[in-house]
Design a protein around this ligand. Structure first.
Ligand code: DAH
Length: 341
């Protein structure tokens, strides 16, 4: 057997092996227990000592060569596999990173927080109540009985379930029912003063640039023996100065009607920035609480008196940032929202 030929055969066979497994099969044919070289070495024993040494040396030389060829091919296959993996798993360094970006507080929620902070600082409690209300709490207790024309200003969404008066439950049209809930609860546990705000979600069948079917209000109520309309003006004006962080505001109390207050006023404020600059926006209803409502709290209207207000949190936010369309608050457009964080 010509050893050079054997080496050439091995080189060819190894080169043709396409992967590690077939390479190891080829290796067996040359170097394995029954491989060609092993057979040659077994035959050595039959030779005379002189020839044995010479042939043995040559065979071992061929074995070294074949092992070297095998190792080279192993390395080449491993390199090729690694390169293929590297190509397949390549990272596109031009892609934007996948890091988590930081969220932010919604501008209306920020207003909500600021309103709570300001009123807490002057001794108001903060209360929370249900968004599904009874007809009595939402309307009747607030001196707005069934079939009263003022109800048509607040059309809302009804729930199929009925309350204990047999009337359909409804999504509250304002936070004013919280006056009744809080005051009645308070009166059970003690006497006035009642001094509370109640921020929350409210609902109406309404949708345009300044109205949304779901919106936020904050109710305020201060009842004691000597709280007047003058206190309303003082407290509310001071609140606005702190909320807008300036004394330089254009605010007006405009006579109005609400069934639950007498006298009643709407509070308007002028935009100081943005596309609506100089235009007035209504931000709140307010007034001195009507005696019938005080009675519905469970209190004697001859003894107790006070004021209430209900302000739109979206409206306050629009004025604060000069935003002309309230629907922007609900579209979830990050280009809009990012400006506030
Ligand atoms: N609840 C009224 C509304 O949503 C606003 C309002 C007016 C609230 C006068 C009050 C108030 O507490 O005294 O239109």
């Amino acid at each position: 057997m010509n050893l050079d030929e054997l080496i050439a055969q091995a080189e060819q066979a190894f080169g043709a092996a396409a992967d590690a497994a077939s390479l190891e099969n080829e290796k067996a044919k040359f170097l394995g227990k029954t491989g060609a070289l092993t057979e040659l070495l077994k035959d050595l024993g039959k030779l005379p000592p002189e020839e044995k040494r010479e042939q043995g040396g040559k065979i071992n030389g061929a074995k070294d060569r074949i092992e070297a060829l095998l190792n080279a091919r192993r390395q080449a296959l491993a390199d090729a596999q690694m390169n293929a993996r590297l190509n397949a798993e390549a990272i596109d360094v031009s892609l934007p990173g996948r890091g988590r970006s930081r969220g932010g507080i919604h501008p209306v929620m920020r207003s909500w927080q600021r309103v709570e902070e300001i009123f807490r600082s002057i001794g108001f409690d903060v209360a929370d109540g249900p968004e599904i209300e009874t007809d009595w709490n939402n309307f009747t207790a607030l001196n707005n009985p069934l079939n009263h024309p003022a109800r048509s200003m607040q059309d809302t969404f009804y729930v199929e379930d009925k309350d204990s008066d047999g009337l359909p439950l409804l999504l509250r049209t304002h936070t004013s029912p919280m006056q009744v809930r809080y005051a009645r609860h308070h009166v059970k546990h003690g006497q006035p003063p009642i001094k509370v705000i109640a921020p929350g979600r409210t609902y109406r069948v309404d949708s345009d640039a300044t109205h949304s079917p779901m919106f936020h209000q904050v109710e305020g109520l201060w009842i004691a023996e000597d709280i007047s309309f003058a206190d309303l003006k003082g407290v509310y004006t001071d609140f606005l100065k702190r909320f807008f962080e300036t004394d330089n505001l254009q605010v007006r109390f405009r006579p109005s009607f609400f069934p639950f207050t007498e006298p009643s006023a709407e509070i308007d404020m002028a935009f100081t920035s943005g596309p609506m600059k100089g235009r007035w926006l209504e931000i709140s209803g307010s007034g001195q609480v009507h005696p019938t409502v005080v009675r519905n709290y469970g209190l004697d209207p001859e003894k107790y008196i006070g004021f209430a207000f209900g302000s739109g949190l979206e409206r306050l936010t629009m004025l604060r940032y000069g935003i002309s369309d309230l629907r922007l608050f609900y579209e979830g457009d990050l280009r809009f929202l990012k400006q506030f964080n």
